[in-house]
Design a protein around this ligand. Structure first.
Ligand code: ADP
Length: 283
């Protein structure tokens, strides 16, 4: 779905924000793009959306070069920016105006998603809604476009806890084999039980790009009262129930991925975790 090769980008001369990223993103999954604030996630997403132009390198999305912004590409991509502005108009009119760009847009789906977000008044003026509600309207719109690629930059920012749960449910309900969703966040916990694969961005590059299955086949996520006798612990954190830990999954045990623990572990033990994950990548 997405192939990126040797991508470089800087806003100002001599200050690379993205320095030689090469990356493959598979179709049909929900991919999380995680990284600290200001690390370059939005920049990378904007390059994918054709909203910024690379200094060098290539991006291929469904056979298109995003920077050319061809109609065929724009019809298949929906981009939710972290910050956005809306015009003074009703939800109804917003949909009428914008849906024309997307050949597979479904008004029925849009109003169903809105209902799931508990937004019932189609006549409300978008401009007067809270930031979180505006965001929900735009997410519902994005899903109803049935574009093959959805790029959501910090979609959970500004949503309260019940709305985050609705968001998760709606996204999962809207997924199918033809849809690919990339969700960026610096609030790693928000993507728990939502994403199928994890990209972690570090200074100017992608540190990790692995599916949850790959991660769990190579790393074991456990919890024990006392971990002093355990060997090969790569990372641990105290919690109410004991010590949460990650170790190499040498015995091929099943465990559940804890994104937050994994994220913290990666930054604590970069070299070793990267090494383990890149061993026999497809095993
Ligand atoms: P993230 O999405 O991970 O928070 P960004 O991609 O927004 O990170 O920003 C990456 C870096 O690029 C930051 O240092 C930020 O200050 C800088 N940056 C972002 N936008 C611009 C811009 N329009 N002009 C100059 N620098 C920018």
């Amino acid at each position: 779905m997405i192939e990126i090769n040797n991508l470089k980008f800087s806003y100002k001369r001599n200050k690379m924000v993205i320095d030689d990223i090469s990356l493959s993103i598979e179709k049909g999954y929900i991919h999380g793009l995680l990284g600290k604030n200001g690390i370059g996630k939005t920049t990378l997403l904007k390059l994918m959306g054709g909203l910024l132009f690379p200094n060098s390198g290539e991006i291929d999305i469904m056979g298109f070069s995003p920077m050319q912004r061809k109609v065929g590409f724009l019809q298949e991509i929906f981009f939710l920016s972290e910050e956005f502005d809306v015009h003074k108009m009703s939800i109804e009119n917003y949909v009428k105006l914008n849906s024309a760009f997307y050949p597979r847009f479904s008004e029925v789906d849009f109003y169903n998603y809105l209902e799931e977000f508990e937004i019932t008044d189609r006549k409300s003026n978008l401009k007067s809604l809270s930031f979180g509600t505006k965001k929900k309207v735009i997410i519902a719109f994005g899903l109803a476009t049935h574009a093959r690629l959805m790029i959501l930059d910090e979609p959970t920012n500004g949503l309260d806890i019940p709305s985050k749960a609705q968001f998760r449910k709606i996204i999962l309900g809207a997924m199918n084999d033809e849809t690919t969703i990339i969700i960026s966040t610096h609030q790693v916990r928000d993507l728990h039980n939502l994403i199928d694969s994890i990209m972690i961005m570090d200074e100017k590059n992608i540190l990790i790009n692995s599916s949850n299955n790959e991660i769990c086949s190579k790393l074991y996520f456990g919890m024990e009262k006392d971990i002093s006798s355990l060997e090969g612990i790569l990372y641990s954190e105290d919690s109410i129930g004991g010590n949460m830990f990650i170790k190499e999954n040498t015995e091929k045990q099943e465990s559940n991925l804890d994104i937050e623990l994994f994220f913290n572990a990666v930054f604590q033990n970069k070299k070793r975790i990267k090494e383990i994950l890149s061993n026999n990548k497809n095993n």
